[in-house]
Design a protein around this ligand. Structure first.
Ligand code: PGA
Length: 250
């Protein structure tokens, strides 16, 4: 079965109650692009309200703790996200790996927690600029995949997001050849480990995706969608990316 395109908004630490109307507009406009799966991951404070405001739509967290409950001040557990209506969780975003010191082991435990809570997982990987420049990007990312992807899961419920760190929020994007080479290498590593199930896993590209470059990036081999930060905050910027994905879906 062909993989459906998947476009996910990562609002990061942006959004107050007033942003709920923007999310409603995004999902309303996305209805005419029915070949695309769309999700929005707002800050924790908005997950429940947003899930209630757009019933049946995919709302997610941007992180979760690996434990289901406990003495972890400030953290949010995957069952808590599910409890307020989330169906998705992002784990291993580079901003968490870098700023919060999350290791591959941590990311894998978080992915397992999300899956156990019934959520779909978007697991992020990506190389820093120095590693891209030294020619080690593919090796770096495949090591992250080996270390952070769980051993057993429904392949339709775990997507990989390849996000070169130097492309996030910078307006820089890799060449199409580099994107295709990386996504092909990720698919190859997943196939070596999981066999034919890897064909059902979606591999998203993230890093400075916008309405102008989405068609090209999402058209590259083995690119099944996009994880979008800055351009996901408004319908005016996000819907053209969804439309570009829709136009590519055979
Ligand atoms: P960006 O962020 O689209 O603003 O580059 C992407 C991300 O970090 O997920």
């Amino acid at each position: 079965m062909a993989r459906r395109k998947y476009v996910v908004g990562n609002w990061k630490m942006n959004g107050l109650s007033a942003s709920i109307a923007e999310a409603q507009a995004i999902f309303a406009e996305a209805q005419s692009h029915a070949s695309v799966d769309v999700a929005i991951c707002p800050p924790f404070t908005l997950v429940g309200a947003l899930a209630a405001a757009v019933p049946g739509k995919a709302i997610g967290g941007q992180d979760c703790h690996s434990a289901a409950s406990g003495a972890f001040t400030g953290s949010v557990a995957a069952p808590m996200l599910a409890d307020v209506g989330a169906t998705v969780v992002i784990v291993g975003h580079s901003e968490r790996r870098e700023a919060f010191g999350e290791s591959d082991d941590d990311v894998r435990a978080k992915a397992e927690a999300g899956l156990a809570a019934g959520l779909s997982v978007i697991l992020c990987v990506g190389e820093p600029r120095a590693i891209r420049e030294s020619g080690g990007a593919i090796g770096h990312v495949l090591a992250q995949i080996a270390g952070s992807v769980p051993d057993a899961f429904d392949p339709q419920r775990l997507a990989i997001a390849y996000e070169p760190i130097w492309a996030i929020g910078t307006g820089l994007v890799p060449t199409l050849a580099d994107v295709a080479a990386m996504h092909g290498a990720i698919r190859g590593a997943l196939t070596a480990r999981f066999g034919g199930a890897a064909q059902d896993m979606r591999i998203l590209y993230g890093g400075s995706v916008n309405g102008d470059n989405a068609a090209e990036l999402l058209g590259a081999d083995d690119v099944d969608g996009a994880l979008v930060g800055g351009a996901s905050l408004t319908a005016a910027k996000f819907v053209p990316i969804i439309a570009a994905a829709d136009a590519l879906a055979g």
